[in-house]
Design a protein around this ligand. Structure first.
Ligand SMILES: Cc1cc2nc3c(=O)[nH]c(=O)nc-3n(C[C@H](O)[C@H](O)[C@H](O)COP(=O)(O)OP(=O)(O)OC[C@H]3O[C@@H](n4cnc5c(N)ncnc54)[C@H](O)[C@@H]3O)c2cc1C
Length: 398
C-alpha cells in the first residue's frame, strides 16, 4: 500500500510545493526541533528559510505578489511542517488567518498596502480574540474601542496572542458601540500595525512578555494590553464597524482546518517514531512489533491518521469551493485533534520508559498534542458548532 496520508488528485504545482517543503522539514526542521524546543528558542533560521521559499505568501493572491495557492495546499504544507515541529506551523498560522481576512474583507487600500508585504513575510500577522476572562465566549469581549472624532481609543487586555511579540500586524477584535441588540453585532476588527518586540511598543500598547507554556515552545504567546491606545478609523478591517465577529469567524474556519492539519502532522510523526521503534526494540526474543498487542496498536494508529487526513482534506476543499464549511471544519478539527492525542499517547506507550526521556522526540509530541484540543475552539465548542449545523440541516418537520 501507499504511505499514510497521501492525497489524490493534486496538481503538479501542489506536488512540487509539498515535495520542497517535505525536504525542508527533513533537513532543516526535524534535526533542530528538539534543541530549539527545549531551549524555548525562536526558530529564526527556519523562519528565514520559509520566507525564501515564499511560504508566507502561499495563499496571498498573485496580483499582490503571492503564490495564490488554495487552502488545501496550505493545509497540506502545514501538515508537513507540523510533522517536523508544531511551533513552526504556529509561526505561519496566524499570518494566514490575517491574510485570509484581508483578502476577503479588507478595503482595496488595506489589501494594496498590506498583502504584498505579507507575501514576502515583511509584514507578519497575528490575531487576537481571547481575553483573560474569555476564550470560547467570544461575543462577551470586554476590550472596548470608543470613537473620538476620526479616531478610536482602545482600552482592555487581550490574552493568548500567538506571535504577539514577533508580529507587526495584529487583527484585534474589540467592542464598539453600534447600538445593535445582539452582542456580536457590536464587535469590530482593527488592524493594529505595531513594531515587533516586548514592553510598551507604542504609546498605550504593551506586550508584557512571553507566557511560559507546557509545550508549543519557541513561538511566542503573549498578552496584549491597551491603555488609551489611539488608532484611526481607517484601521477598521473592511472600513465598517460592527462586522468584526463575522470576519473573525471566517478567519477561524481557516484556523480550524489549520489545527486539523497540524494534528495530522503530529500524528503522522508519532506513528513514524512508533513504527520505527517497534521494529528495533526487542522483548521476549523478538521485536515488539511482532507482539500482536503492539502490532494492533500500530494498525489503529495508522487508521486514525488516515481518517483524520481525509476529513481535513475534505474540509479544506469545501472552503476552497466557497461553500459554508463550519460543520466540516469543526468535524475535521474535532476528530484530528482527538485522534492526534490518542495516537501520540500510544506512540509514547510503545516507547516504554524511553518515551519519558527528553532525548526522544515523542516526549515533545506528548506536550504539543494537548494544545490542539484547545486552540481555535475546544472540542466542546466544535461539538456545539457541529450539532447546531446538523439541527439546522435536519430540521424536524413534525
Ligand atoms: C498556546 C495557546 C495559544 C493561543 N493562541 C491564541 C491566539 O493567537 N489568538 C486568540 O485569540 N486566542 C488564542 N488562544 C486562546 C484559545 O483560543 C482559548 O484558550 C480557547 O478558545 C479556550 O478558551 P478559554 O481558555 O477561555 O477556555 P474557556 O472558554 O474558559 O473554557 C473552559 C472549559 O469549558 C468548556 N466550555 C466553555 N464553554 C462551553 C459550553 N458552552 N459548553 C460546553 N463546554 C464549554 C471548554 O470546552 C473548556 O473545556 C490560545 C490558547 C493557547 C493555550
Amino acid at each position: 500500500m501507499a504511505r499514510l496520508a497521501q492525497t489524490a488528485g493534486l496538481t503538479d504545482v501542489q506536488q512540487e510545493i509539498l515535495s520542497t517543503v517535505r525536504d525542508f522539514v527533513d533537513k532543516e526542521i526535524i534535526p533542530h526541533a528538539q534543541t530549539l524546543e527545549h531551549g524555548d528558542t525562536y526558530p529564526t533560521d527556519i523562519v528565514e528559510g520559509m520566507k525564501e521559499m515564499g511560504l508566507f505568501g502561499l495563499t496571498v493572491p498573485e496580483e499582490y505578489g503571492g503564490l495564490g495557492e488554495s487552502l488545501l495546499t496550505y493545509a497540506l504544507v502545514v501538515e508537513e511542517i507540523a510533522r517536523g515541529w508544531m511551533s513552526v506551523s504556529g509561526v505561519i498560522n496566524t499570518h494566514f488567518i490575517v491574510a485570509h481576512m484581508l483578502k476577503y474583507h479588507g478595503t482595496p487600500e488595506q489589501k494594496q498596502r498590506l498583502l504584498p508585504r505579507m507575501a514576502t513575510g515583511e509584514v507578519r500577522g497575528a490575531f487576537s480574540m481571547s481575553e483573560p476572562e474569555l476564550g470560547s465566549d467570544v461575543a462577551a469581549i470586554k476590550t472596548r474601542a470608543k470613537r473620538e472624532g476620526d479616531e478610536y481609543v482602545i482600552d482592555g487586555a487581550k490574552m493568548w496572542l500567538t506571535n504577539g511579540g514577533t508580529s507587526n500586524l495584529v487583527a484585534v477584535l474589540v467592542r464598539t458601540d453600534e447600538g445593535a441588540e445582539k452582542p456580536h453585532q457590536n464587535l469590530t476588527t482593527f488592524l493594529v500595525e505595531k513594531p515587533e518586540g516586548f514592553g510598551e511598543v507604542m504609546p498605550g500598547l504593551s506586550i508584557p512578555g512571553k507566557i511560559d507554556k507546557m509545550g508549543y515552545k519557541g513561538v511566542d504567546t503573549t498578552e496584549l494590553v491597551f491603555d488609551g491606545f489611539r488608532i484611526g478609523a481607517e484601521a477598521i478591517l473592511g472600513g465598517e464597524p460592527g462586522k468584526g465577529f463575522r470576519h473573525m469567524m471566517d478567519g477561524i474556519e481557516v484556523g480550524r482546518v489549520n489545527v486539523a492539519a497540524r494534528a495530522c502532522g503530529i500524528a503522522i510523526r508519532a506513528f513514524e517514531l512508533a513504527v520505527e521503534y517497534a521494529q528495533q526494540r526487542r522483548t521476549f526474543g523478538k521485536p515488539i512489533a511482532e507482539h500482536q498487542a503492539i502490532a494492533f496498536k500500530l494498525a489503529e494508529m495508522a487508521t486514525k491518521v488516515e481518517a483524520a487526513h481525509l476529513m481535513m482534506v475534505n474540509a479544506a476543499k469545501l472552503k476552497d469551493s466557497g461553500e459554508r464549511n463550519d460543520v466540516q471544519a469543526g468535524m475535521a478539527k474535532l476528530i484530528a485533534s482527538e485522534y492526534c492525542a490518542e495516537v501520540t499517547q500510544e506512540a509514547f506507550r510503545i516507547h516504554g520508559g524511553y518515551g519519558y526521556s527528553k532525548e526522544y522526540e515523542i516526549e515533545r509530541l506528548m506536550r504539543e498534542a494537548p494544545f490542539l484540543l484547545i486552540g481555535e475552539g475546544t472540542s466542546e465548542i466544535q461539538k456545539t458548532i457541529i450539532s447546531r449545523g446538523l439541527l439546522r440541516e435536519y430540521r424536524s418537520r413534525g
